[in-house]
Ligand binder design. Structure first.
Ligand code: ADP
Length: 453
């Protein structure tokens, strides 16, 4: 990279978004401070490791920390004054009423604004309600810093495929009023795109041909794009689950239905899988944040309230189906829950449907064992005390009456059905991600329960 193209960057927040972003910018030659207040996370990064499991991330973090282009720090004074561009990647958890908690977003902006050099660019990557950027611009002006550029650059990467999504993106969106600042941020992403094949090789990620677009918008549009995209995906999932309930009481198979419906190019097959619903650190809070920010502007997003209700009902709905299959009794039954991560490919167990289902089963008096290849530790504090976490699939399913597949890890959806049948005492397999073949499950002597099939 030519010296003139090399930027000094601070990424505030070394989380699921901040760390992959920081590591990629550092890998292509920028000097990147990754700033966090969480010493545990910083300690892991200093050792050249991520604090969470993400495919391909460790080699990139390791290389960039060793070469000192990625600099973990807890100091705003060390990082911000030296930086051309500052990214805010702090969390925006939801408040008990569903609205977004913006205390970290404003906390980071307030700490940074006093230290930023004139002409520096502040880029919001945290997911914030539309209108937040204007408030931060006001904050800059009220502190006598009108020369700072403020942009919104929403993040679309998915946990579990963070690097692949960043390298082979559909679109990069940057919104704001300052054209030169927008171009500077676009150039950063272009510097990563230019080396993406090399990075994919080092990270062990399959290269793709996709060429994404660079989209410039106004500030409010950029803020709204992110939550709207997630809300629409959540809507698709809840829509599929609503139709699955109808399929359950008729002769239809939801998978056949959605395969054919999704073959319509106007609709698309993605996110039409019925099952235990969505969870994780984004969809639930992005949807509730959108509902509440719309309400603040006097707009009733009833469609998203309905999507949320459907989603919240799914683990209980599946527990009821299991109860029917178990002779109308859960009390005293031995059941295994396979999958505590909110989806495959991550150790993240925030708002995990598998955890929710395990808790419902425990609450109903079942004796629950649980296992996840990556998320056992992260799920622990959210699981009810009675649930026994196991170190292996074999241990979890031993002598059970029913087994629930709740995350579509390859280890679970490709499970050896004959072996499973032999190690169980009962024969009920609840496929709450609709990933097994009902025929094969039956052939192995197991009783199949899916969602909408
Ligand atoms: P995401 O999934 O959006 O990346 P995370 O919660 O995983 O969110 O990460 C956000 C990170 O931001 C956390 O590690 C947290 O410690 C850090 N953070 C929050 N507020 C600040 C702040 N004011 N300064 C620096 N880091 C912060």
């Amino acid at each position: 990279m030519a010296k003139s193209e090399q930027k000094t960057i601070t990424i505030i927040g070394a989380g699921y978004v901040g760390l992959p972003t920081a590591a990629l910018f550092a890998y292509v030659g920028h000097k990147v401070y990754v700033l966090d207040v969480n010493e545990k996370r910083l300690a892991a990064i200093r050792k050249g490791k991520s604090f969470f499991y993400e495919q391909g991330l460790d080699p990139i973090v390791s290389e960039t920390v060793t070469s000192k282009r990625l600099i973990p720090t807890n100091s705003y004074e060390q990082s911000v004054p030296a930086s051309d561009i500052i990214f805010s990647c702090v969390g925006t958890p939801d408040n008990p009423d569903g609205s977004s908690n913006l205390s970290y977003v404003f906390g980071a902006a307030e700490s940074a604004l006093k230290l930023m050099r004139d002409g520096a660019i502040y880029v919001q990557k945290s997911t914030v309600p539309v209108g937040t950027g204007r408030e931060i611009i006001d904050l800059f002006e009220n502190h006598g810093r009108p020369s700072l550029a403020y942009l919104s650059n929403p993040e679309f990467l998915r946990e579990g495929t963070a690097l692949s999504d960043s390298l082979f993106f559909d679109r990069i969106v940057v919104g704001g009023e300052n054209a030169a600042a927008i171009n500077a941020v676009m150039d950063l992403y272009k510097s990563v795109e230019a080396r993406r094949l090399k990075i994919a090789e080092v990270a062990g990620i399959k290269p793709e041909k996709r060429s994404g677009s660079y989209i410039k918008t106004n500030l409010d549009s950029a803020e709204l794009i992110k939550v709207t995209a997630n809300a629409f995906l959540a809507l698709k999932i809840s829509f599929a689950n609503s139709i699955a309930r109808l399929a359950d009481v008729t002769g239809a198979d939801i998978t056949e239905v959605m395969d054919a419906v999704g073959a319509d190019r106007r609709i698309g097959r993605a996110f039409l899988n019925a099952g235990r619903g969505y969870g994780g650190g984004c969809f639930p809070k992005d949807v509730s944040g959108l509902i509440s920010s719309a309400a603040e502007h006097g707009v009733d997003l009833a469609i998203m309230t309905a999507a949320t209700e459907v989603n919240e009902s799914m683990p209980g709905y599946i527990a009821n189906k299991a109860q029917e299959a178990l002779g109308d009794e859960l009390e005293g039954k031995k059941v295994a829950v396979l999958g505590l991560a909110f989806k495959a490919g991550t150790s993240d167990a925030r708002r995990s449907p598998g955890v929710k289902l395990a808790n419902i089963l425990d609450h109903s008096g079942a004796r629950v064992t649980a296992y996840d290849p990556e998320a056992n530790d992260e799920a622990q504090e959210d699981l009810r005390k009675g649930i026994r976490i196991c170190g292996s699939l074999e241990e979890a399913v031993k002598a059970t009456d029913a087994v629930f597949i709740t995350t579509d890890w390859a280890e679970f959806v490709n499970i050896d059905l004959e072996k499973l049948r032999k190690s169980m005492s009962g024969n009920v397999l609840i496929d709450s991600v609709n990933s097994c073949s009902p025929d094969e499950v039956s052939k192995a002597g197991l009783y199949y329960v899916g969602v909408g099939r």
